[in-house]
Design a protein around this ligand. Sequence first.
Ligand SMILES: Nc1ncnc2c1ncn2[C@@H]1O[C@H](COP(=O)(O)OP(=O)(O)OP(=O)(O)O)[C@@H](O)[C@H]1O
Ligand SMILES: [Mg+2]
Length: 206
Amino acid sequence: MSRIIAISLSKGGVGKTTTAVNLAASLSLENKHVLLVDTDTQGQAGLALGVNAAAGLAEVVSGDVPLRSAVIQARSNLDLISGGPGLASVKREIARAEFGGERILNRALESINDSYDYVIVDTAPGWDSLQVNVLFYAREVLAPILHFLRYVLDMLDNFIAIYSKIIHARKGIEPSGHFLIGRLGYSTKENRFTLMSHRHNWGCSG
Ligand SMILES: Nc1ncnc2c1ncn2[C@@H]1O[C@H](COP(=O)(O)OP(=O)(O)OP(=O)(O)O)[C@@H](O)[C@H]1O
Ligand SMILES: [Mg+2]
């Protein structure tokens, strides 16, 4: 079974895209077959890889383009489904759905999951219906924290609280969470304590 990992945290500018692109690229260099899915209207994963796709996730969800036609080979072993401004229409489609709107992304992508060792999903900052869809689709979440600052950690607590509700609503699959510390004022005792307590809240190992 493929590992489907959302790189996600509601705070902006914490390193989500950088982590998603570099993790995907590193895994592909390890001979893993990787799909990177960009769910951000900023479309920066494609920019980072130098890919300018004619169609992406928005066209897949709307049914305008078959899933396989939106998959672009960005590197050897590394495929991309692009994000970009068109994703605004996906949010409208989710809002219009009477039932199961939170699983629209899952339904759009599930047929391709097992073609890959890893599906890495880059996400937008903030909370919206597409972000909730990502968390209904992914089996793991990696939350990057570029700056080890109090307000970022508060945001992480908030994220964990909402994510816990989503885990409860999903049933079946038990997703796991990880967080990744970037630049870090880890050296002080207070910061080490804070990090330990967040690890405990998240129930994760690293
Ligand atoms: N580990 C890191 N060390 C130093 N700089 C980093 C690291 N990760 C990301 N950056 C820098 O931080 C900035 C924000 O990174 P990035 O765009 O990946 O964040 P993001 O969470 O995807 O932002 P957004 O929420 O807007 O999508 C960029 O300038 C990036 O180069
Ligand atoms: Mg980003």
